[in-house]
Design a protein around this ligand. Structure first.
Ligand SMILES: NC(=O)c1ccc[n+]([C@@H]2O[C@H](COP(=O)([O-])OP(=O)(O)OC[C@H]3O[C@@H](n4cnc5c(N)ncnc54)[C@H](O)[C@@H]3O)[C@@H](O)[C@H]2O)c1
Length: 449
């Protein structure tokens, strides 16, 4: 929405959230304290905030004044009730639709921006339709619901929004679709703005994420085979990626995908397939999640095995906690499960991340900093400055591909390690040459030792 305000100075964009702390943080004068870290975001906010971009908790007034309302709320996997563990929880979409139904005035275009299961637009339409006939109805209200799912990737969100591969607008009301198209076309060429029916639009978002996640799981499964056979994953990636039909992008092996979307969207797809009795299709996509789970477990197990089956009392430095670089988002980060496994095996972790706050790590690991796990005696603490890494560390694990880690003084860090020492690079970002000390063992994903 901030990028819309940046490209359309004549349009007032108001972002509302029921969470006052979030809105206060978005209004913070200190732009380094915005709730989300994204390259280029604070510049966009500083150009437009207070001019045509506003952050507010005044939901009622903002809806009353709006010609177009984007519903961009969270749609996490249901944890209880019908479809628990698979289906998306639509209660926040539903409550947003009810707010629009209650407060809107005149004609309102409702844009479904959240990632939702197929036919959610129907649910929104029904709620809005009720408001025209219900007890509290004001009959002058009319609505048009269209779908425009978001394809940005965290870490490159601003670039993706400024120069998207495509924008999708799904619906049947051509007038509303064209009005939204007119907004996007201020900075995106018409050929990239695809108009579809509403269900194609909703389904395309789930399928795009499923295909992306599938590529990650495919290459991660092959990383294990490379380690066993002596093939080198980089050479394999180059060889297969040169085939135009396969393409070179999104083929980096790693500790598994994270983020708030891939897992939940595939679960949602699996649920949808089972609902339509397409068991084989559901099983096929579910395997993408299984491989992702397995890759994380495989990495924590091999770390423990390299220490002859025990990391109890071992000091381990974890480099990176966000699920990928250039974001402070830790949702579903592979660092969570790998760190938990090591703590459960008695390790003492020192965790560093350039953008993730220690309070966030505390929430994800469900154990406080310095607290000692009763059973395993494992623990963790946050290391803000790598100069303060203690002596005698046994292992370093690179879990996020932050470019800061490439430029570390590796010689100095290695000099603090107790032998036998291990470096585990799950992102393949540290060139072997920088580990000058020959008696430090070095493991890289997809390469045999
Ligand atoms: N994060 C991404 O990279 C990304 C990319 C593409 C699509 N999406 C989709 O966008 C949607 C939002 O994702 P997110 O990561 O921003 O979620 P989020 O949980 O970070 O933010 C959602 C916000 O909605 C607010 N909210 C919920 N119900 C509300 C209501 N009734 N009124 C006002 N505010 C309400 C919450 O307080 C929260 O701040 C999801 O459907 C997601 O799948 C996210």
């Amino acid at each position: 929405m901030a990028v819309i305000s940046d490209n359309c100075p004549d349009i007032d964009v108001t972002l509302v959230d029921k969470d006052k702390n979030k809105i206060d943080a978005w209004n913070n004068k200190d732009l380094s304290k915005l709730p989300i870290f994204e390259p280029g975001l604070k510049e966009v906010i500083s150009r437009n905030r207070g001019k045509n971009l506003f952050f507010s908790c005044e939901i009622k007034q903002s809806i009353q004044e709006a010609d177009m309302v984007f519903i961009s709320v969270n749609t996490p996997t249901k944890i209880k009730g019908l479809g628990a563990g698979y289906a998306s929880d639509l209660k926040w979409v539903e409550s947003s639709a009810r707010l629009v139904a209650e407060y809107s005035e005149g004609h309102t275009i409702v844009v479904e921006k959240s990632t939702v299961p197929v036919r959610t637009a129907e649910l929104i339409q029904e709620i809005l339709g009720e408001s025209k006939t219900g007890i509290n109805s004001k009959n002058n209200k009319t609505f048009s619901v269209i779908s425009s799912p978001e394809f940005l990737a965290e870490g490159t969100a601003i670039k993706d929004l400024e120069n998207p591969d495509r924008v999708l607008i799904g619906g049947s009301d051509k007038v509303s679709m064209n009005l939204l198209k007119e907004i996007y076309s201020r900075w995106i060429c018409n050929e990239k703005i695809l108009l579809t029916n509403v269900w194609s639009s909703e389904l395309s978002k789930l399928i795009a994420n499923a295909f992306l996640a599938q590529r990650v799981s495919s290459i991660n499964s092959i990383s294990a085979l490379c380690e066993s056979t002596g093939a080198n994953i980089h050479e394999v990636v180059k060889a297969i990626g040169s085939d135009k039909r396969i393409g070179a992008k999104f083929l980096s092996p790693g500790p598994g995908f994270g983020g708030s979307c891939f897992k939940k969207d595939i679960l949602n797809l699996v649920y949808l397939c089972r609902y339509y009795k397409l068991e084989e299709t559901a099983n096929y996509w579910e395997q993408v999640l299984f491989i992702n789970y397995w890759q994380k477990k495989r990495i924590s197990s091999l770390i423990i095995e390299k220490f002859f089956g025990t990391v109890s009392n071992k000091k381990i430095l974890i480099l990176g906690f966000s699920f990928k670089c250039n974001t402070n988002d830790t949702r579903e980060s592979p660092a969570i499960s790998i760190s938990k496994d090591l703590i459960d095996n008695g390790a003492q972790l020192f965790i560093n991340d350039p953008k993730v706050q220690k309070e966030q790590i505390e929430i994800e690991l469900e154990i406080k900093e310095f607290e000692v796990d009763e059973l395993s005696l494992g623990s963790w603490n946050f290391i803000n400055d790598l100069d303060n890494v203690p002596r005698n560390i046994d292992a370093i694990i690179v879990l996020t591909e932050w470019k800061e880690y490439i430029g570390i003084n590796w010689e100095k860090l290695c000099s603090k390690m107790r032998r036998p020492a291990w470096i585990f690079d799950t992102r393949n970002i540290i060139p072997k040459e920088v580990i000058k000390e020959s008696n430090i063992n070095y493991w890289q994903v997809g390469k045999s030792l």
